[in-house]
Design a protein around this ligand. Structure first.
Ligand code: GLC
Length: 459
């Protein structure tokens, strides 16, 4: 759906959806979070799907469990890095598809309390990030390749899906739901207020009915009424599920979770109202630690993609995959610091900002926060910058460079006389001169608008 809505309201959707929209107010302000994929799959260092992709048995995976030592785990340092990057929330994998638990579960010993680490890695993560005022969430895999009662042979993605030795295996979904629901109840009961529960993911043959999604969401909403839930109790990483319809289910989630892609036009419902969304994206190309994956996204790309998400009404959840000892790779650290440095000068154009309700300009993006627009200039103009997109010149009260507050002037030089209705900004004294952009990555022009009575605040 194209997000053309400039009046970000839910008045035309059922009241419940409006209440649901209100629950995500902090999320739509914070805009930028850290995703952390960590577990035994870091030991073979070929990504978190190793067991499925290479059809590795539970027994043959044990070396990874034994080798996962977390010797250098320092969640305080992780939290410090997230804060330095300008990340306002963080989501850690409490249990990924391999079924290994980074938390203390009474329902299994397959986890960090019993594999030699002897630590509740989730609790230490939650304590460290909360201590820095960073909101916290846990990723929990709905599927579990370690559980004997989970579907094996013939499943869409299970490691033993083609193994004849499992041809007679019969899953016991009732037993599996008791286990999975029991663990989610543990996470919702034993670890304080959860800001996000990030379930992953529904796929062919395993969906809301199999997960017991209605019962599960009722439990979560009762135990953690303010927690935001993603849409994957009924969706996968590609489609939004019923959250974009006029009749979302109880388990459609509070936000859509597009993955490894930024939605072309943002995400909105069938009636045009905004749907909260969060693009989850890896900083190289893998979620879990993957040696040799050196295709690191540049700081420039990461900063401009964060801005693109906000301009389209969404969030960016940027992933790091620590190594088996708990160290975040220096290439990732370097990029997070670069993002944080840019945000330290330009953060108000991202945090607390959203779509501007203007057509996207050819030189970059607009974001908006209340009565202030931000022009994110990614491509330098020849001469003055045309503030295209429908901005009325008379609505502008003040223009400045966000990073240093330097006042800028509207241009009335001869070069713009063919465009009387378009405001132009000059970046120096002489109106028709071309000046280098102050910031080669994204130069943000702050445009303070004349107070318009009854202006509708964007989502
Ligand atoms: C996909 C991957 C999973 C990853 C998730 C993150 O579902 O299968 O490994 O954790 O995306 O969004």
């Amino acid at each position: 759906m194209t997000n053309t809505s400039t009046q970000a309201t839910d008045r035309r959707r059922p009241t419940e959806v409006s209440a649901r929209f209100a629950r995500s107010a902090w999320f739509r302000q914070d805009r930028f979070g850290m995703f952390i994929h960590w577990g035994p799959y870091a030991v073979p260092a070929r990504g978190e799907w190793l067991r499925s992709q290479e059809q590795v048995s539970v027994e043959d995976y044990q070396f990874a469990v034994d080798g996962f030592g977390a010797e250098d785990y320092d969640p305080q340092a992780w939290a410090e890095l997230a804060e330095a990057a300008g990340m306002k929330y963080a989501v850690l994998t409490a249990k990924h598809h391999d079924g290994f638990c980074l938390f203390d579960s009474a329902l299994t010993e397959y986890g960090s309390m019993h594999n030699g680490i002897g630590r509740d890695l989730v609790r230490e993560f939650l304590d460290a990030f909360r201590a820095r005022g960073i909101k916290v969430g846990l990723y929990y895999s709905l599927l579990d390749w370690h559980r004997p009662d989970y579907p094996h042979y013939g499943d869409f993605i299970h490691p033993e899906r083609e193994n004849p030795a499992f041809a007679d295996h019969r899953p016991d979904l009732e037993s599996y739901r008791r286990y999975m629901h029991g663990q989610i109840k543990e996470l919702c009961t034993n670890y304080g207020q959860m800001d996000i529960l990030w379930f992953d993911f529904s796929y062919e043959g395993m969906g809301p009915q199999e997960w017991g999604a209605q019962e599960l969401i009722d439990t979560v909403r009762a135990l953690q009424p303010t927690a935001l839930i993603d849409n994957r109790l009924e969706a996968d990483g590609g489609g939004p599920g019923s959250i974009v319809t006029d009749a979302p289910t109880d388990y459609s989630g509070d936000f859509a979770s597009p993955e490894q892609l930024i939605p072309v036009d943002g995400i909105c419902a069938e009636d045009g109202s905004p749907v909260p969304w969060e693009a989850c994206i890896t900083i190289n190309n893998n979620w879990g630690y993957t040696a040799g994956d050196d295709l690191w996204k540049s700081p420039e790309q990461l900063i401009t993609k964060l801005v693109e998400c906000v301009a389209k009404g969404g969030n960016l959840l940027l992933n790091v995959g620590p190594d088996p000892r708990g160290r975040i790779q220096p290439e990732a650290v370097e990029r997070l610091h670069a993002i944080g440095a840019w945000l330290s000068a330009n953060g108000e154009s991202v945090h607390g900002a959203g779509p501007a309700g203007l057509e996207t300009p050819e030189w970059g993006y607009y974001t908006r926060s209340g009565n202030t627009l931000y022009a994110h200039v990614l491509r330098a103009p020849i001469g003055p910058l045309a503030l295209t997109g429908g901005l009325d010149k008379d609505s502008i009260a003040r223009i400045s460079l966000l990073a240093d507050g330097r006042e800028l002037q509207l241009c009335d030089a001869w070069v713009v006389k063919s465009y009387p209705d378009i405001p132009f900004v000059q970046f120096g004294e002489v109106g028709h001169f071309t000046y280098p952009l102050a910031d080669p990555i994204d130069t943000v022009v702050k445009i303070e608008l004349v107070e318009a009575p009854g202006a509708v605040q964007p989502a």
